[in-house]
Design a protein around this ligand. Structure first.
Ligand code: AMP
Length: 398
């Protein structure tokens, strides 16, 4: 089956066409600046076919142009849109309504709509994407894969905040987590690489990118994760502050009169590594500046290391026993120094890594050191493949 994976943002639409026969990517690309002016690229095996400004007044037009590119006589990878067996959509917030991926029905769409309060930035454009797709591919089944469903298995003591129950009961204030599709993919892949059943393993998965989260995976299921009601909780990130004393918000409000929405914006978009380093949200820029002796960049780097170590340490304690750790996403896959420093620190848990094997970027590698009590892997994440696999399984069982 050939699956089109779609990830819709407010002004963008990322797509990937995957042939499930061998899990190969036939084509992929991005439509950007939708509703503004428009830019689109399209890549196949042969490399970039086009990367150009093109009018994209809405997501419907973008979707049609994606299909046109995929079926183009000269550069297309399929001859007819009917070759697309199903469409899989990435949805950020599945909230309290969805515990698993689903075939799109009117009821599922209504659920995603209900959850717009919890995912105000992501769920509305995802719905636009679903509807645009239905228009262009009316006879093709569609599925939705949520970033949060992997975390629905958290026990109550991890899922809920220690605040009065009425906020959870009336307003659904609880921890939903994020990056679930990535954590699920790398945890499954880690078990495959170890030749073990996921049910027999405790794995700590570290998705470290511009947004970062760490998950304790117990027996193949999420036991705890660092992000909470929103992706602001947890580690220090590119522009997000991560976990802080919540009274910082009321204190800043009382001192400055800044509206709460602006404080949340500040903590989401203007904090984290960017704020501390005063240089950049990008780890590479921070490392360069830190190496040259910039003190604020050094503090930003240390804060990132500290938060990664703290969550791994906390989850090791919660799990009681750790079989493996996985590094993934932009920083996890590429930051050799961070992996080495974190793993050296975890020596007290019996972690050692092979420094030569660790000297690589963006590859799937077992970097476990000799005699290590915990296996350590770099596994490039592949959320699109996970979405395609779920979509195929759902469509085949229809
Ligand atoms: P992601 O959000 O997964 O795309 O990750 C993006 C982040 O990965 C960037 O902001 C960088 O901080 C980080 N990154 C990418 N390449 C490297 C590298 N070679 N060394 C350190 N960090 C990197």
């Amino acid at each position: 089956m050939i699956i089109l994976v779609v990830n819709t943002g407010s002004s963008s639409l990322k797509y990937q066409l995957i042939d499930m026969k061998d899990e190969s990517v036939l084509a992929k690309g991005l439509c950007e600046r939708i509703g503004i002016d428009g830019h689109m690229n399209y890549k196949t095996d042969e490399g970039m076919v086009f990367d150009k400004d093109i009018a994209l007044p809405d997501h419907g037009v973008a979707m049609q142009l994606v299909i046109d590119a995929l079926t183009d006589k000269e550069h297309g990878v399929i001859s007819d849109m009917d070759e697309i067996g199903a469409v899989g959509h990435r949805i950020v917030q599945g909230g309290y309504l969805f515990d698993k991926s689903e075939i799109i029905t009117d009821e599922v769409e209504a659920g995603i709509e209900e959850l717009c309060t919890l995912g105000p930035l992501h769920n509305p454009p995802a719905l636009v994407g679903i509807r645009a797709c239905k228009k262009v591919l009316p006879n093709t089944p569609g599925a939705v894969v949520f970033d949060t469903t992997f975390h629905r298995t958290m026990p109550d003591e991890c899922k809920y905040y220690a605040i009065p129950w009425e906020y959870a009961e009336k307003y659904h204030v609880q921890r939903y987590g994020a990056h679930g599709t990535s954590h699920r993919y790398v945890a499954q892949r880690c078990a495959e690489l170890m030749g073990k059943n996921p049910e027999d393993l405790n794995i700590i998965t570290c998705h470290l990118g511009n947004g970062s989260s760490i998950t304790a995976v117990k027996g193949g299921k999420c036991y705890d994760t660092s992000m909470g009601l929103t992706p602001l909780e947890g580690l220090v990130m590119g522009t997000r502050c991560g976990s802080i004393d919540p009274t910082v918000v009321s204190f800043i409000y009382e001192q400055t009169g800044m509206p709460v929405k602006e404080i949340t914006d500040m903590m989401t978009k203007k904090s984290g590594l960017l704020a501390v380093s005063e240089i950049s949200a990008d780890c590479r820029d921070i490392c360069d500046a830190a190496d040259k002796g910039n003190r604020k960049a050094q503090i930003a780097r240390e804060m990132l290391l500290r938060s990664v170590k703290r969550f791994i340490g906390a989850y090791a304690a919660e799990l009681g026993h750790v079989d493996a750790m996985v590094f993934t996403a932009g920083i996890g896959e590429n930051d050799i120094d961070l992996r080495e420093k974190v793993c050296d620190y975890l020596g007290f848990m019996g972690v050692t890594i092979d420094k030569e094997k660790n000297d690589c970027r963006g590859q799937e590698v077992d970097i476990t050191g000799e005699g290590s009590k915990v296996r350590v892997f770099i596994i490039p994440t592949n959320e699109e493949l996970m979405i395609a696999k779920d979509t195929q399984a759902l469509v085949e069982s229809m």
